[in-house]
Design a protein around this ligand. Sequence first.
Ligand code: GLU
Length: 275
Amino acid sequence: MTVTRFAPSPTGHLHLGHAHSALVGWHRARAESGRFLLRVEDIDPARCRPEFEAAILEDLGWLGLDWEQPVRRQSDHLADYQGALDRLRGLGVLYPCFCSRKDIAAAVSAPHGPEGPIYPGTCRALPAELARARQERGDPYALRLDVAKTQAMTGPLTFQDQREGAVVARPETLGDVVLARRDAPASYHLCVTVDDHLQGVTLVTRGVDLFHATHIHRLLQAILDLNVPTYLHHLLLTNAAGERLSKRDGAVAIQALRRAGRSAAEVRALAGFSD
Ligand code: GLU
């Protein structure tokens, strides 16, 4: 059975790009007599706010979407992410990273990947005793995935994308990603992979902006022995200037459209789904 999901981060209001994404997943579940789930990705305490969560759910309901209860809220499931981190630590594929953003930006040799500079691996080379001493001394650190070491353990991997076909996973293009941050117990990459598995998601529908992230998720699925869903990375809606819609395009917030008197059917059409 097809199980899809929409996984908003409550860091702002829902806009047309999000509505498009939610509708893609909802329609697929409906068309295939499947299930549609909602997950609140509120793992980042500094950026997520309960009032945004409430507003997002309100807007989705107004748009005519329905979803199963209970809604999974990541902040309620920290033990699941901790369990995954413990397994990865046991496999020897995590290392503590003490670098600040500034340190990384200053590393002139840092190669660039699709999402900016790739972590140059400075702390991967730290002698274990030194890393331990710094942890014991209370220096703040993040946990990074040693991608090359993990890949050597899993071997080559592929995933299915409904637009691209079979894709060879190249997680090295994002480098040694952070899986637990200094200021948040787990990162997007870890939580999303664990949650899609635990929620039994079979088809991950999300924007093509997250295509590179999927390569890392595939690696995490292999090393953690998790289910591998099929993916549909849909194209992003653009504004009149042909640029990707973002929260900065205040006028395309669903709330603004509602206040301007647009009907739900009109907003669905603006989000790419005419009735
Ligand atoms: N929470 C992510 C976002 O709002 C989406 C994650 C996903 O669909 O995998 O960008």
